[in-house]
Design a protein around this ligand. Structure first.
Ligand code: PEP
Ligand code: MG
Length: 325
């Protein structure tokens, strides 16, 4: 089976009816870039920068961060790379900041909230990103955006750091796309208001499902309720793709769901055009995509939204796509 898959390494990621999809990989460390290249992925759809910060007694400085981001961009060029700004808090501790414990860390001071609350920490990362992206194609993504105010505040800091670097004579990125994760239900519901102000969305189905179903997949007593294919979650994804389409923006998915074969016709059918997954899953996805008719999937996926359970959605996908098992 592996031999059969390798032939897909050099093929384009395109559906049977000629619709291109970007099949990208998730990474956590610059050293993962080699595995991404070996996997044949079209790029990186989620570089989780928090691993540079976690488990360290001291925060990485601007030069250390710049070196890490530059290494990833250059290893993967000309493929696109989405670098996500610091997403700590919740289950990801940041010992260097010595933050007080919270009663509800998943509803607490995490990700963009923490970055906007610690602007020097955030500005340092933004400068490192912009320096690393000099004369390169850079996609920056903000995690856990809940309100338009947060998005605007994050973009304002980015603009200010762009101006500082310009004044210093640092060349700007050759292309800069600024996007946000959709993992807070409020952002999904209000996607039409965010769409004019971002270049792309990436749906974080891990957290989005957790917040929509109010279930922690790490807690065995409720993990069964963490259902990313629940029609409630799919309806929110559809809300995001509709809003994006109306403004000519693109939507990716970078949660675990993106790498599930069963989810491919569903997500492509809902209008998602980029899937970012663990690298070893990319070639399987490319092989399945080559057999999928995306135009047909688009009409069919609407019918999933009126089903009454995740089990019903899975049964409908299996019935239509026995090859995905
Ligand atoms: C997600 O929430 O789906 C996601 C991709 O972010 P993380 O898993 O890093 O929280
Ligand atoms: Mg998340």
């Amino acid at each position: 089976a592996h031999e059969g898959l390798l032939e897909w390494r050099e093929r384009p990621s395109v559906s049977a009816d000629g619709v291109p999809l970007e099949l990208a990989a998730n990474i956590g460390h610059p050293g993962d870039a080699d595995a991404v290249l070996a996997s044949g992925a079209d790029g990186v759809g989620l570089y989780r920068t928090e691993f540079l910060f976690m488990g360290e007694a001291q925060l990485p400085d601007e030069a250390q961060q710049m070196a890490a981001y530059r290494a990833v961009l250059d290893a993967l060029a000309p493929r696109p790379v989405v670098i996500r700004t610091l997403d700590v808090g919740g289950d990801k501790a940041l010992p260097a900041l010595n933050l007080p414990a919270e009663e509800n860390p998943f509803l607490g001071y995490r990700a963009i909230r923490l970055c906007l609350g610690e602007p020097e920490l955030f500005r340092t990362q933004l400068r490192a990103l912009l320096r690393a992206g000099a004369e390169r194609h850079l996609r920056v993504m903000f995690p856990m955006i809940a309100t338009l105010g947060e998005l605007r505040a994050a973009r304002a800091l980015l603009r200010e750091e762009q101006a500082h670097l310009r004044a210093e004579g640092v060349p700007p990125p050759s292309a800069l796309e600024v996007g946000m994760m959709v993992e807070v239900p409020a952002a999904a519901v209000m996607a039409h208001q965010f769409a004019p102000e971002v270049d792309f969305f990436s749906v974080g189905t891990n957290d989005l499902t957790g917040y929509v179903m109010a279930a922690d997949r790490g807690n065995p007593r409720v993990a069964a309720l963490h259902q990313p294919l629940h029609p409630a979650v799919l309806t929110l994804i559809r809300t995001v793709t509709r809003a994006a389409e109306a403004h000519g923006k693109w939507v990716g998915v970078c949660g675990e769901l993106a790498g599930e074969p069963l989810a491919l016709p569903v997500l492509a059918g809902l209008g998602v055009t980029e899937l970012s997954m663990s690298a070893p899953r990319v070639l399987t996805a490319r092989a399945h995509l080559a057999r999928l008719n995306v135009r047909d999937a688009r009409a069919w996926a609407e019918s999933l939204l009126v089903l009454d359970s995740a089990e019903a959605v899975e049964a409908a996908v299996r019935a239509r796509h026995p090859e995905l098992a």
